[in-house]
Design a protein. Structure first.
Length: 199
């Protein structure tokens, strides 16, 4: 069955309906790990334009607004049978961040709820500031980053500019490294940060 108009669907409680934004280089069934070798888009992330949301959705995503671009994983929620569109219904808490426009940059991403946007430290900075020895296999399990932006529900006392360490596979990559000037960006839950580093 095909529902002809997404405007006829009213999400309840904390549910959000978003239309997946498909760029020219993407197919209608998005698997971003197969799409972009340049690294501009992160793996397994969708960008979706918010169509509508339930009455309690803003409790988990205070920046939620119709027309905003939300970032969430491909495994969040369910696809809806909307004709000629790729539409998903997800929980508001599944939104990891909002983005201004289409291109993901360090100054366009705002983390949602109790999440934090971090910029991974370049290897030269890590070695200089943190004395990281790549030869020690135990160090490979950690990543080091600078906090760029903090979600509106974070309450653990982190500040923008803090240097932090976290487990290597924590969080969601929202942009892979493009160069030393444009390092990898990650959004993660604040309680996944293991420690801060005094500058």
């Amino acid at each position: 069955m095909k529902i002809l108009n997404s405007e006829l669907i009213k999400p309840v409680n904390n549910k959000v309906i978003a239309e997946i934004i498909v760029n020219d280089y993407e197919s209608n069934i998005i698997v971003e790990s197969d799409l972009d070798s340049s690294g501009i888009e992160s793996l397994q992330l969708y960008k979706g334009k918010v169509i509508s949301y339930g009455e309690t959705a803003k409790e988990n995503a205070k920046l939620l607004k119709k027309g905003k671009v939300a970032l969430f994983t491909e495994f969040a929620g369910y696809h809806l049978p909307i004709k000629d569109k790729l539409v998903k219904i997800i929980n508001a808490y599944d939104i990891i961040a909002f983005n201004k426009g289409m291109e993901i940059k360090d100054n366009t991403v705002t983390p949602s709820h109790n999440r934090i946007l971090v910029q991974l430290l370049a290897e030269k900075d890590s070695n200089k500031d943190l004395i990281v020895e790549d030869k020690d296999p135990r160090q490979v399990q950690l990543k080091y980053a600078k906090i760029l932006r903090i979600g509106d529900s974070c309450n653990l006392g982190f500040k923008e500019g803090d240097l932090v360490g976290f487990e290597a596979f924590s969080g969601e990559i929202v942009r892979e490294e493009l160069s030393n000037e444009e390092p990898e960006l990650v959004v993660l839950l604040e309680d996944l940060i293991l420690f801060t580093i005094n500058k």
